[in-house]
Design a protein around this ligand. Structure first.
Ligand code: B12
Ligand code: SF4
Length: 526
């Protein structure tokens, strides 16, 4: 069968969906002719929903498959609506995290035939073959559709065994080009799942879905899974062969990559033997970073541990149900990582309901005080299917018009309910947070940036919009240039298209992988 597999990533950061890649290779290995269409503004492919629909139609597919997240649902809808007009008889099936957590939403468009709920490994050949034959797949496990105005959803099957996960679709996705565009970073996945249920994360909804449908307690779902390290190593070899000298770093997409010490022990043996100079980065919760885990990561050549700090306020960390919300857990884990020369990146969230100005500022001040190598803010976006979404919905905090139009989580807040002062600062913060952090660093850097931080916090909106913003940003740029060639440490945003990616410019024992702005100072944009 001919299959068009569309990955809608419009407005999001560039990167390939592992889900699309492995499902596409499953289909190809079963004998289907698969075309992956990557819809992203920075790529040469389709630039509008109409062009995307035309690109799909040009494949003359027997089935069209879609994958997208909540922020891309509006774009996906336009594409599917237009496709339905062009090819009314073409069967369509969509999957991914948005479809899993809120199948009613895409099914409500009226143009999409089916939605897949949950993980689809091992299922693609059967589904596509039946769809292409014109069968009705309502009633198949994990499948949802609309019948007589109601959403009909079958129960999900048990979670797949990731040790049998298919390979990436190397022959159908230009990974070399992506690697170059992503400044040398290649995404891989070493496992799936996370034992926690932070209120803003998809995992809370996923666990609940599988627990309810399978009728077993959470501990029996088998949610947290690790791949065979040798299979991952084989994948790394393949990427090296494809990307050659462009490959600078592997970034693991796992939500929580340090759950299995057995995996890490093997990885620390096999990876550095073959890739002694190729760093990798992963996500972890700080409470898992005991001495043995950090030592294994160090031995394996891990360059960067990324973690959700989320807030400078322990109250908000607890509100968000972080497993590592306690101050001492944060400081001890960071000290351990530093001792082993591993760089750190904190993801932080601003615009959490009930957050005060002081709490928001404390987040950046804490990041600077702890000298975290990279601090990456996002503005809270309540994803449907998460506990924080229900919390905001119950309190009527969501501006649904804005919610549907925001393609990522660093553009603007989609929440109402903050006072005017918080709204004003939330509107400024993504442009200016490095100045607030730099003002905290003390010394010459702190003194130079302090007036800019003051201007950010105390300029009226009228003056800000009448030119003060540009002046402050120009001055920041001037200071960045001034400090760049000194030994001073300061935060800067190296890539204009990624305002959320700030790095502490400093000499490191393990330089971060993919951009050098000065000798011995590297920054990355993964
Ligand atoms: C790596 C990653 C990225 C990469 C790749 C994106 C991707 N979607 O794969 C990049 C950097 C591009 C990225 C960008 C963004 N991401 Co991101 N990302 C991840 C992360 C950490 C891992 C994804 C992964 O590899 N999973 C493993 C693979 C095997 O699973 P999977 O892709 O879900 O696929 C399985 C099923 O979903 C299903 N499936 C998927 N597609 C399809 C299609 C069909 C037809 C079928 C039948 C089944 C099916 O089967 C697959 C195999 O079992 C996830 C968290 C997570 N654990 O999922 C967040 C996550 C997906 N990202 C998230 C967000 C918010 C974003 C951004 C909006 C970030 C931003 N800066 O604003 C953008 C939007 C991108 C987009 N178009 O979705 C949220 C999405 C929330 C939501 N409700 O949409 C997540 C869940 C993080 C979180 N905890 O909130 N991200
Ligand atoms: S620790 Fe991270 S991946 Fe796990 S539930 Fe919390 S936010 Fe999600």
């Amino acid at each position: 069968m001919r299959v068009a597999f569309v990955w809608i990533n419009w407005g999001g950061p560039l990167g390939m969906s592992q889900g699309v890649s492995i499902l596409a290779s499953e289909l190809a290995d079963a004998g289907h002719a698969v075309t992956v269409i990557h819809h992203h503004e920075s790529l040469p492919g389709p630039q509008t929903p109409a062009e995307c629909a035309a690109a799909i139609a040009a494949v003359e597919p027997d089935v069209a498959l879609f994958s997208f997240g909540s922020n891309q649902a509006a774009v996906a809808r336009s594409v599917v609506d237009l496709l339905k007009v062009r090819c009314p008889r073409l069967p369509t099936l969509a999957g991914g995290v948005h479809c899993t957590l809120t199948p009613e939403e895409p099914l409500g468009w009226g143009s999409l035939d089916y939605v897949f709920v949950g993980e689809a490994d091992g299922r693609m050949d059967g589904l596509v073959t039946r769809l292409a034959r014109g069968d009705d797949i309502a009633g198949e496990p994990n499948v949802a559709c609309r019948r007589q105005g109601f959403v009909k959803k079958s129960r999900v099957e048990s979670l797949p065994d990731v040790t049998r996960q298919a390979r990436p679709f190397w022959e159908g996705i230009d990974y070399r080009d992506l690697c170059i565009r992503m400044r040398g970073v290649v995404d891989v996945v070493a496992g799936r799942g996370c034992p926690y249920r932070c209120t803003y994360c998809h995992n809370a909804g996923l666990i609940e879905l599988y627990r309810a449908d399978l009728g077993v307690p959470m501990s029996k779902i088998g949610f947290t899974r690790t791949r065979d390290p040798h299979a991952l190593l084989e994948e790394c070899r393949h990427y090296r062969a494809i990307c050659g000298e462009h490959l600078k770093m592997f970034s693991w997409g796992d939500d929580m990559a340090v759950m299995s010490k057995d995996f890490l022990r093997t990885w620390a043996e096999i990876y550095p033997r073959e890739f002694p100079d190729l760093p990798f980065a992963l996500n972890a919760t700080l409470n898992f970073l005991d001495e043995e885990v950090v030592a294994l990561l160090g031995r394996a050549g891990c360059n960067l541990v990324k973690f959700g700090l989320e807030s400078g306020s322990a109250r908000l960390r607890k509100f968000l149900r972080r497993p590592d919300y306690k101050e001492e857990v944060v400081t001890e884990a960071l000290a351990r990582l530093r001792r082993h020369g591993i760089n750190t990146r904190a993801y932080v969230i601003v615009g959490v309901p009930t957050e005060t100005e002081a709490e928001m500022l404390s987040t950046f001040r804490l990041g600077a005080a702890l000298r975290i190598d990279s601090v990456r803010p996002s503005i809270l976006f309540p994803y449907p299917g998460t506990p924080i979404y229900d919390y905001c919905q119950e309190r009527d905090l969501i501006d649904h018009e804005v919610l549907g139009a925001v393609h990522n989580y660093y553009s603007r807040t989609v929440l109402r309910g903050f006072d005017a002062r918080m709204h004003l600062l939330l509107g400024r913060i993504m442009d200016t947070y490095p100045m607030i952090m730099n003002a905290e660093l003390g010394g010459e850097v702190g003194a130079a940036f302090a007036p800019l931080a003051q201007a950010v916090l105390h300029t009226s909106e009228e003056r800000w919009l009448a030119g003060e913003r540009e002046r402050v940003l120009r001055e920041q740029e001037r200071l960045n240039v001034r400090f760049r060639d000194t030994r001073a440490e300061f935060y800067a945003v190296p890539f204009p298209e990624r305002p959320d990616a700030s790095c502490l410019m400093r000499a490191r024992s393990r330089p971060l992988a993919n951009v050098d702005d000065a000798p011995n100072r590297a920054i990355d944009a993964t």
